[in-house]
Ligand binder design. Structure first.
Ligand code: ADP
Ligand code: MG
Length: 663
């Protein structure tokens, strides 16, 4: 039986409605805060009323007439008159709203021929009685609550009674409250349920936010302080590092150099490094991470690179092999499809320290994986892993330095809120010489033309990615064990259909990859795609993450409206890595897109700036929608808004530091 049964006026029916709305405890109830308030503190004379205004005034009834199915009541104060219109309960109302009576009227003013108020709240008043006003809280109401006839007044009464009658122990100590200049929790909540002014609401609500942020800020500060005294220092090993550099098939961009320099400096300085390397798709994060790992290995320690999909892991393994070899280091790949005996061999070598580097999927997280001296943890596409998964890997190290890689461009303000305790390193530029990708929206009836264009292009050596959305929502929980790619249910039917349409165009090689294809087969297909033997590859979003095939410069996205813009940007970033002009086609469904989608995709097509696109997504869907916010550990904030309150988040961080310092 929930705690709320202790309240008067809450019977089984209402109790159930509260429960269904997530209100189980008295604490839940008092923290069920109004969404807004109706200001009934000020009386507006009738002649000052305007359309849309929330009116509140006392007046005399002049007339009340039934007109068809309506009751029209004329009221007047000293300044003028206005019409009140009722559509329901006419019989009862006509009895009560008699000419000559004085009432208070409250409700939004609309305009229909003239100003009127439809279904106002009203109350009979004596001749010299003040209308009863105040700030009226408007609570979020669920359907269940409405059905159980729980209204705003009831919620407020219950919340206030609870705050009066039951003792809540404030989670903050008197010292903390003093330091943060907060009133008591009960006082702040009372204000929010029954304020006397909106100014008070604002201060009380920001206190609730402070209360929400404080424990998190402290936790982060504790972790930050711990890191200061930890971690092994790694100084340069010029020879090995030089060998690695020379084995890269390109020279680093200035941005890569700078970021690598910051990481090196951090490794040379006392303290555990905790960084987020954050750069648009194709900005070359892997090379930076690899070179950071080289330094750690050169000193005899181990490094690990975790990535979310087998495809990506295989690619990392391959693309890092030459550099590692040149620097004299062995590496291994560990995933769910690693054969058992191979796995055993790898685990042994990780344990005795003879294997300095391993790339793997979440298979790395299993308890059988033990390192001798793991000092650097690299996590690619970090937002694809849960907080616990990332922590589990770090826990295998000895005070390891940690570098997260992320291709989701996060607007600066948000990055600071989310990752304030991390060193955020940004790779802004992309390697030179890349042509911008041309993005076009293609109506369904132009598909044939597009297909022919693609076909011709592939005759000159270009290759096509054809992307079909997954059926499950993209934010389904990532990577819970299992050896299927991402555990996702994929649109096999859509894939089959696309393959058929493509094969109809001419004699070219079209293949598909999706989670149901065994990994060896998948790998075989990808590897021949990489070698240029396959002209078009139809896939679900498995290619979204990090896959790198410079020969593939053409992309088609089906049902582009099913992707967030940031995600589309990731997809598009697969192209534009080679020498020839890259194209990205957003294929519209048969009956076109809704205007709103059309608008969004047009905007997307007009820019390749990942940060700009992230901001567009942010405006449209809010901070919670951005990949990474959920996993930041800040994703569950109830009252604090990551964007709007970024200033407060920063402030609390420094307050936490100050507080810890004084302890
Ligand atoms: P991301 O940042 O998206 O993980 P990658 O590390 O996969 O990007 O790099 C994308 C592509 O750019 C790869 O083919 C990589 O070899 C190439 N690349 C990386 N750095 C450079 C560079 N400095 N010059 C030219 N190409 C580079
Ligand atoms: Mg990458």
């Amino acid at each position: 039986m929930s705690e709320l049964s202790r309240l008067t006026g809450v019977g089984p029916k209402r109790l159930k409605a509260f429960e269904a709305s997530g209100l189980l405890t008295l604490r839940d109830l008092v923290y069920y805060l109004p969404r807004r308030y109706v200001d009934r503190t000020r009386i507006t004379p009738i002649d000052s009323l305007k359309e849309g205004m929330d009116a509140f005034f006392p007046a005399h009834i002049e007339s009340a007439d039934s007109i068809g199915t309506r009751l029209v009541v004329h009221v007047r104060d000293e300044t003028g008159g206005i019409e009140l219109v009722f559509f329901r309960g006419l019989h009862f109302l006509k009895q009560r709203l008699r000419p000559g009576k004085r009432i208070s009227v409250a409700g939004p003013v609309t305009y229909f021929h003239d100003f009127q108020i439809a279904h106002p709240e009203w109350e009979e008043l004596d001749e010299d009685q003040e209308p009863r006003g105040g700030m009226l809280p408007v609570y979020p109401m669920t359907e269940e609550m409405e059905e159980a006839r729980i209204d705003h007044k009831l919620v407020r009464r219950l919340a206030l009674e609870t705050l009066e009658q039951f003792s809540f122990s404030d989670p903050l100590s008197p010292d903390e409250k003093n330091f943060l200049q907060l009133r008591s929790e009960i006082e702040a909540l009372k204000i929010l349920h029954a304020p006397t002014s909106l100014d008070l609401v604002a201060t009380a609500f920001s206190e609730i936010k402070v209360r929400e942020l404080w424990p998190l800020s402290l936790k982060r500060e504790v972790a930050r302080r711990e890191r200061l005294n930890r971690g092994r220092v790694f100084t340069a090993h010029p020879e090995t590092e030089q060998a690695a550099h020379s084995a890269l098939p390109f020279s680093l961009t200035k941005g890569q150099e700078e970021v690598l320099q910051s990481i090196h400096t951090a490794l040379e300085t006392q303290g555990q490094f905790f960084g987020l390397l954050h750069g648009d798709v194709g900005s070359g994060k892997t090379a930076v991470a690899l070179l950071a790992a080289i330094r750690v290995m050169a000193a005899g320690a181990q490094a690990v690179l975790l990535a979310p999909t087998e495809i990506l892991v295989e690619q990392h393994f391959r693309s890092t092999a030459a550099v590692l070899k040149a620097a004299g280091f062995e590496s291994a790949l560990l995933s769910a499809s690693t054969p058992a005996d191979e796995r055993t061999r790898i685990l042994e070598k990780l344990k005795d320290g003879s294997l300095p580097f391993v790339v793997g999927t979440h298979s790395l997280l299993s308890s059988g994986v033990v390192f001798k001296e793991l000092r650097l943890v690299l996590i690619d596409e970090q937002h694809r892993f849960g907080v616990e998964q990332r922590a589990a890997l770090s826990a295998k190290g000895i005070e390891p330095h940690v570098l997260y890689l992320s291709a989701t461009p996060i607007p600066r303000t948000l990055a600071q809120s989310l990752y304030g305790d991390l060193d955020v390193l940004t790779l802004a530029e992309k390697p030179a010489g890349r042509l911008p990708v041309k993005t076009r929206r293609v109506p369904a009836e132009k598909e044939k033309e597009m297909l022919e264009f693609l076909f011709r292009e592939t005759q000159n050596g270009n290759q096509v990615y054809w992307v079909v959305p997954r059926i499950t929502p993209p934010l389904s929980p990532p990577l819970e064990g299992g050896n299927k790619m991402d555990n996702e249910t994929e649109s096999i039917a859509a894939i089959d259909s696309a393959v058929k349409r493509l094969r109809n165009v001419g004699k070219w090689r079209v293949e598909a990859v999706h989670g149901r294809i065994p990994s060896q087969e998948r790998e075989r297909i990808l590897s021949s795609f990489r070698k240029g033997e396959i002209h078009a590859l139809v896939a679900t979003t498995v290619i979204e993450v990090g896959v790198d095939v410079p020969g593939a410069n053409l992309m088609v996205v089906e049902s582009a409206d099913r992707f967030g813009l940031a995600q589309l940007h990731q997809l598009r970033g697969r192209t534009g890595r080679g020498q020839s002009q890259a194209w990205c086609f957003l294929l519209a469904p048969l009956n076109g897109w809704p205007e709103e989608t059309e608008e969004r995709l047009r905007e997307f097509a007009s820019t390749e700036d990942g940060f700009r696109i992230a901001e567009m997504d942010l405006q449209r869907r809010g901070a919670g929608s951005l990949d990474g916010t959920r996993q930041s550990g800040f994703g569950l904030l109830r009252f604090v808004d990551l964007l709007e309150d970024s200033e407060l988040i920063r402030e609390m961080r420094s307050k936490a530091a100050e507080w810890m310092h004084a302890q």
